[in-house]
Design a protein around this ligand. Structure first.
Ligand code: MOS
Length: 737
């Protein structure tokens, strides 16, 4: 019986964070630290004719101006393997592929001097007269990319033409979403220090092992000579899931000046060189019988990528698995533009895809004059419809029912614009939520120390989600120790290997390894006690003893007990260690693994002004077993909050004349603040997944952003009768009727 796992334990690193003791990549002081500033292009396409560095180089304190003229050739500069290792801008040539592309690095003894000197560079460009900056016109040259992460570019099941014709009620609509950029509180930063052939990097990364491998490859080094440390991250969300140019440039700069160098991106530099969410255009065609049974569905998408690499926002993934539609076709195409390469951004594909799918389902519900929840239940997928596999665990039906009940869905009147309170139009909308359950191989090491405390470590990351805390809980429970006596270490490439913290996989991948390692250490502690003539438990059978609060105890006679510290002391004082790995098995051959949920939103729209407030959001989630009720709730709330931002606010605006983002700052790139968020009510079903891993826990980092945008848009339609198919849903679009 679980006593620690699942408890709403406070974050073990909470005090460190609120007192400023938690150190982030840009905060590691090194003796003789020098400061680098990244210089980026001001044109979107062309070549650099020259960079006059003379003035910058003569300024006081300036140690280095790195441009393509003096940049060393890098063995792996072009050998990157996307998407984990990106096509980088490493000053190996004079080509410019997008605005804000790295073109130089200036290093000085202070940040102020480096910043000042960077402004004195005189860059002459030969700008191309035709940068590709307009998505609509570039779409004519769209191409079919290679599959990304093994995902089929096109799918077809059944007979799509017959299916679309069989349904007498149809929806045919195009949905568009804008480019967006990650804005975690902490922008990317790297601190690089060399010691002979060894490189230490303090880096904002969602994967210390991936970063180690990528940097080693780029610089032509052995991975064992690269040590990556990342104890805390001020938010990841996907942008820190790849190694980008500045990390390698910082390492080179440090080598060149012979001093440790810190390079922190500015907020505007978050817009371009480190990825973002691409613009998407999604064409949905749905057909159904009058009773709501789906007969056919098409989902064809375009999304932009850059000129240097194909990266796909895989929108139709959600359409392929969510409903039991017998005839279906989906596809994606990429549109090359002179912008930075897009990347993973919280639920990449699922966020944008669920907006199109779940909005089109709402439109179909109105066309059928059917309740939106009933339409979804009518087409409930009892098995995974694309591969016809059973779900490992699916409780979506319960999510709809519990959500509708908590939200008060029965109070909703069917007709748009039928609910109001004075000048306020009230709208209620809902959507299905889903995200795949991912898992990779991971390992961990547990060590019981002579003082009776335990340390458990794994080379995973805490990207702000609560990894330190949940792993402490898993370890403590498996050890039989109180949580106060267990500490958890992570964020270091020298620790036992664990996967990158992306795809919502860390909790699900690492916790089985942590549990295995901790159980192994516990077994050894028991063995030591039983074999020890000095122990009150000497001679007992292993089955008759357990570990409680750090004491080995006889089950039959709890007065026979022995604390870990005494056991270790009598055995010679050496720590007890156990290492373990947890790997995926054959379960994916037999089951489809997904998490699910239902989200309901109530919006208030000013009838005269079109201003939209999200008054309430109710979300109910089936994510397997919950490891910590508090961090889980925080994750899910955070996903909903971001969904509100994506629905109503977020949009990176590209000036097509110059290919520059005009709102590359937090004043004009709008994200929700507290005043934008109404009541959020999160419920987690907490049903363990019997087939996924030994804990039954699936990931929760990304799921809650899915569905929210559609639920809000559907509520806006219900409030106003205006269907906005282009994100963000702003008041001008609501009033433009
Ligand atoms: Mo997530 S977008 O895979 O960090």
């Amino acid at each position: 019986m679980s006593t620690i796992i699942g408890q709403p334990m406070d974050r073990t690193d909470g005090v460190l964070k609120v007192t400023g003791q938690a150190k982030y990549a840009a905060e590691f002081p090194e003796a003789k630290l020098a400061h680098a500033v990244l210089v980026t292009s001001t044109i979107a396409r062309g070549t650099i004719a020259s960079i006059d560095t003379s003035r910058a180089q003569s300024m006081p304190g300036v140690l280095l101006v790195l441009t393509s003229r003096n940049m060393p050739g890098l063995p792996g500069a072009k050998s990157a393997s996307p998407p984990a290792v990106r096509r980088l801008s490493l000053l190996q040539d004079n080509e410019v592929h997008y605005s804000n592309e790295p073109i130089a690095v200036v290093v000085a003894d202070t940040l102020e001097r480096a910043t000042d000197a960077a402004r004195q560079l005189r860059v002459a460009y030969q700008a191309s007269s035709n940068p590709v900056t307009d998505f609509e016109s570039a779409r004519a040259n769209a191409h079919k990319p290679a599959p990304q992460q093994g995902r089929a570019v096109e799918t077809l099941r059944g007979d799509i033409d017959a299916g679309l014709q069989a349904g007498t009620v149809r929806v045919d609509a195009v949905y568009t979403t804008p480019m967006e950029h990650h804005n975690p509180m902490e922008p990317h930063a790297t601190m690089a220090a060399w010691d002979g052939p060894d490189l230490t990097l303090y880096d904002t990364t969602q994967g210390v092992t991936n970063a180690q491998a990528a940097v080693a490859k780029i610089l032509g080094m052995k991975p064992e000579n690269v040590h990556v440390i990342s104890p805390f991250l001020g938010g990841g969300f996907g942008c820190k899931g790849s190694v980008w140019s500045h990390t390698a440039l910082c390492a080179v700069a440090a080598k060149e000046v012979g001093r440790p160098v810190r390079l922190a991106l500015t907020r505007p530099q978050m817009f371009g060189p480190v990825g973002g969410r691409p613009r998407t255009e999604q064409h949905m065609v749905l057909a159904a019988h009058p009773d709501g049974t789906l007969t056919g569905m098409r989902h064809d998408t375009y999304a932009n990528t850059s000129m240097i690499e194909d990266w796909t926002e895989t929108c139709p993934m959600v359409t392929r698995m969510l409903y039991a539609v017998p005839n279906q076709a989906t596809s994606w195409r990429l549109v090359r533009m002179n912008v930075g390469t897009p990347t993973f951004m919280r639920a990449p594909g699922e966020m944008t895809g669920s907006f199109a799918l779940e909005t089109s389902m709402d439109e179909l519900a109105y066309a059928l004059q059917m309740d939106p929840v009933a339409l979804r239940l009518k087409n409930y997928a009892e098995v995974e419809p694309q591969e016809n596999k059973p779900w490992s665990s699916k409780h979506l039906r319960e999510c709809y029912h519990v959500g509708a009940e908590k939200f008060g869905w029965s109070r909703r009147t069917d007709t748009p614009r039928s609910m109001r309170d004075g000048h306020t139009l009230i709208g209620m909308g809902m959507a299905t939520v889903t995200y795949p359950a991912n898992r990779s191989d991971a390992s961990a090491l547990a060590r019981i120390l002579p003082d009776g405390n335990a340390i458990v470590v794994s080379g995973t990351q805490d990207i702000g989600t609560g990894t330190y805390t949940i792993m402490t809980q898993v370890a403590a429970e498996a050890l039989g120790f109180p949580v106060e006596r267990v500490s958890f270490g992570l964020g270091d490439s020298r620790l036992p290997r664990a996967p990158g913290s992306g795809g919502s996989q860390s909790a699900a991948s690492v916790s089985p390894a942590v549990r295995e390692a901790a159980s192994g250490a516990r077994r050894r502690l028991i063995e030591l006690a039983l074999a020890d003539g000095g122990s009150p438990l000497h001679g007992a059978s292993p089955d008759d003893v357990t570990v409680v609060d750090g004491w080995v105890v006889s089950r039959a006679d709890p007065t026979r007990r022995d604390p870990a510290a005494a056991i270790i002391a009598r055995a010679g004082g050496q720590p007890i260690e156990a290492e373990a790995s947890a790997k995926r098995g054959e379960e994916r051959e037999r089951y489809a693994f997904h998490s699910f949920g239902a989200v309901f939103a109530e919006v208030h729209v000013d009838a005269d002004l079109g201003t939209i407030r999200v008054a309430r959001v109710v979300g109910v989630y089936d994510v397997g077993r919950v490891l910590n009720a508090k961090t889980a709730r925080s994750q899910l709330m955070g996903g909903i909050v971001w969904g509100v931002g994506a629905a109503l606010e977020e949009e990176t605006l590209l000036d097509a004349r110059y290919g520059r983002f005009v709102n590359a700052n937090l004043a004009e790139y709008h994200v929700p603040v507290n005043a934008d968020i109404g009541t959020i009510d999160v419920t987690v079903l907490d049903v363990p997944d019997p087939h996924f891993n030994s804990l039954g826990a699936r990931g929760i980092g990304e799921i809650a952003i899915t569905g929210v945008v559609a639920a809000i848009g559907n509520a806006v339609y219900h409030a106003t009768g205006v269907r906005v198919r282009d994100l963000p849903i702003t008041l001008d679009k609501v009033m433009a009727v």
